[in-house]
Design a protein around this ligand. Structure first.
Ligand code: DGJ
Length: 710
């Protein structure tokens, strides 16, 4: 078999895998008809030798290994004591079924094998590629680098879009012209990171949310990574991703193997939103547990910004009572319930309920919460220890360390070496005991620092092993407590990738509950993750991170489009705000099934607005959000061009949020068409093509429109 071809929707993917030749991605792009033969593609790709370049046509390969002789790009580096570094992999065998294939490649001289596993979703065209390196030689192999795969992209794709940020400013997009040479992002933080999200978009210069070609690549991995786009001087462009390895980190003895994290890749001819919908389908259909998908996501109350470390059972019970009265369905007790954890300088690692704070244990609070009909969730940060803790005093050697160099503290804490069996066992036993002893159905699993010195007991770097150990600890807990949902949090969104979501159910999108910032952060995260996995909470009126004061109307509208929660002091908030919050929770519940299962359309608007909609898969209804994030240079804003509706149906448009909204100068279109009450009916075609004139609204406000097929 000389090639593998997969077709789905608007995409075709062809892999060259002739036995004896290097494996490569031969074609990935717009759907080709059945009449297009792969041989044709091969003949159209004949490249001549050229002055200043090799006399022969140098092939590209999935590994881009040194033995190919390509001078501009190597994505594989391994050796045995300085030898066997020049591998050249050729296909040895291919196994294929309808939606997956394994291409097994060998290099006899260096005694190495790489198996590429390709999964292809025949509905969305989303492709998953992972690779495994096997040392078939006698001596130990040192692996320095191995991209999961190297994927050629057409040179007509001129723009690179990276995702970057910092704590409380996650998922920012950075669009730039693809440079000659290398575009590269690296992450050495030991977790997914705030600053280098493991994903890239590669797009045509005019691609926007609703049209144009775009490739999306996501590395499903919660650790160090290297993302590259190499524009070679011979005109070819190669995107590659893989785990970033520290020196000596992966040493394979005879017969041992290294598994690279999976690249999840998608292609669209119809812009960024269509690409995101493919990623969302992947997360929903392939990563999330079907039982969790089937259950409506409960509205959360999280105690963090209400009480911080000020735990007091009576106060917490009162908060729970008030939360339940607002319609909250799950109460999550955050940091501060255990050991000596009265502040962030002590106690991490002491995963026993604090006698000082909870003299009767947690049970009275848990019973109170469950008695109110809510689920109970609990915060842990298992991978960490404070130097001021019994755990550290007993096992100072359990922390990651480089001999002779002290681990740098972040937030007064050190990271444990959870790749050691005794450390993982200790953590499992602690969590298992708490979960077994209480009616707990949710864990918020936090991780509040980068891994600065990821050295293990034998002196080797263990950053890669830490991630594997994190995944297996999660799996062990899920296996022992299958009813418990797990949220991946890392000072907000520093561990919000598809690798984590293979083992968790939700991510904490950001530590910023500032609704204005959240509009951007949640939009950025939505490029890859569907709304229901994004924790979105209504924070206090006075945002703790930015110091901004924002209305309840904006805060609630911003949180209710994701997995909604609240995180404010219900004992001190104004009654008018709480009434509004209750209405927002009811609105969220009314549309939750749509929001958590529908198709997301981000809309292109002027910079002073952010707009998007979620449309039911059968196009029977949709909820659109228009946030006014800054003052408008015009007297009136532009029109809202609805997206995703059926142009052959009619829709009743209603303004459903904020309640009782008043135009600054009435009557606006809202009053004239009675959109806040009865609503008005329009054809889908008119809403899509002509759009609707938006009313003037104050900056820092957000309007929600529900459209129902009539
Ligand atoms: C960081 C998290 O992102 C917050 O939500 C909170 O859980 C704190 N850690 C607790 O220490």
């Amino acid at each position: 078999m000389g090639h593998l071809r997969f077709d789905a929707g608007d995409v075709t993917l062809v892999l060259a895998c002739a036995v004896g030749a290097p494996p490569s991605l031969h074609y990935w792009g717009a759907r080709l008809g059945d009449e297009v033969a792969v041989e044709e593609l091969e003949r159209l790709s004949i490249r001549q030798g050229m002055h200043g370049a090799a006399d022969v046509d140098l092939p590209l390969s999935l590994a881009m290994e040194p033995g190919l002789g390509q001078p501009m790009l190597h994505a594989f580096a391994a050796h045995r004591e300085g030898r066997d570094w020049g591998s050249l992999f050729t296909v040895a065998s291919v196994e294929q079924d309808a939606d997956a294939a394994t291409i097994s490649c060998r290099d006899e001289r260096t005694a190495l094998r790489i198996d590429y596993r390709i999964r292809f979703d025949t509905v969305t065209g989303v492709v998953g590629i992972s690779s495994t390196l096997i040392n078939e030689g006698e001596a130990v192999l040192d692996l320095g680098e191995m991209a999961t795969a190297c994927l050629p992209i057409p040179a007509t794709i001129t723009d690179v879009i990276g995702f970057t940020g910092r704590w409380t400013q996650e998922f920012g997009q950075e669009r730039m012209p693809r440079p000659t040479g290398t575009y590269m992002r690296e992450n050495r933080s030991g977790r997914t990171s705030h600053f280098s999200y493991p994903a890239l978009l590669l797009a045509g210069a005019d691609t926007d949310e609703s049209q144009g070609e775009v490739y999306g690549l996501h590395l499903a991995w919660s650790g160090n990574h290297r993302l590259r786009v190499d524009s070679l001087t011979d005109g070819r462009v190669v995107a590659s991703m893989g785990a970033l390895l520290f020196p000596g980190e992966i040493r394979l003895a005879a017969g041992e193997s290294y598994a690279s994290p999976e690249i999840v890749a998608a292609y669209s001819t119809s812009g960024f939103s269509a690409l995101s919908r493919k990623f969302h389908a992947h997360v929903r259909g392939k990563l999330l547990h079907p039982e969790m998908r089937a259950k409506p996501r409960p509205v959360h109350y999280n105690t963090w910004e209400a009480v911080y470390f000020g735990h007091d059972t009576d106060r917490l019970k009162e908060l729970a009572t008030r939360a339940a009265a607002l319609g909250v369905e799950r109460f999550v007790l955050d940091d501060g319930w255990f050991g000596g954890r009265r502040h962030d300088r002590a106690g991490l690692g002491e995963w026993q309920v604090s006698d000082a704070v909870y003299p009767q244990g947690l049970k009275p609070l848990v019973d109170h919460v469950t008695g109110l009909g809510m689920e109970f969730g609990l915060w842990f940060e298992p991978e960490m220890v404070n130097p001021d803790s019994d755990l550290y005093r007993a096992h100072p050697d359990w922390v990651l360390q480089i001999e002779g160099v002290e681990q740098v503290p972040f937030r007064n804490q050190y990271a444990l070496d959870i790749s050691r069996a005794e450390v993982a066992d200790y953590l499992f036993e602690c969590l298992d005991a708490i979960l077994s002893g209480h009616d707990i159905s949710y864990i918020k699993w936090d991780m509040n620092r980068d891994l600065s010195h990821p050295g293990g007991a034998n002196g080797q770097a263990v950053a890669y092993k830490q991630v594997i150990a994190f995944y297996s600890l999660l799996d062990r807990i899920r296996e022992a407590h299958p009813q418990v949902e797990i949220e991946s949090c890392a000072s907000g969104g520093a561990r919000a990738d598809m690798g984590a979501l293979t083992h968790c159910d939700r991510v904490w999108t950001s530590d910023s509950n500032d609704a204005l910032d959240r509009q951007y952060i949640q939009r950025g995260a939505s490029f890859f993750l569907p709304p229901e996995v994004l924790g979105c909470h209504v924070g206090p009126a006075h945002c703790h991170v930015t110091g901004r004061r924002l209305s309840m109307a904006l805060r609630a509208a911003t949180a209710l489009t994701g997995h909604m929660g609240i995180e404010l002091n219900l004992l001190t908030d104004r009654q008018a705000d709480l009434d509004q919050l209750k209405a927002a929770i009811a609105l969220h519940k009314k549309h939750r099934a749509l929001l958590h299962d529908g198709d997301l359309y981000r809309l292109d608007t002027a910079a002073q607005h952010l707009a998007s909609g979620v449309v039911a898969r059968d196009k029977s209804g949709a909820l659109f959000s228009v946030a006014y994030v800054a003052s408008d240079p015009h007297i009136l804003p532009g029109r809202l061009y609805f997206a995703g509706l059926d142009e052959n149906r009619s829709y009743r448009v209603k303004l459903v949020w904020p309640e009782g909204w008043q135009a600054l100068k009435a009557p606006s279109l809202i009053e004239k068409l009675d959109l806040a009450n009865e609503g008005a009916v329009f054809s889908g075609a008119a809403l899509l093509r002509a759009g609707m004139q938006l009313p003037h609204a104050k900056p820092e406000s957000c309007l929600l429109f529900y459209v129902a097929a009539s």
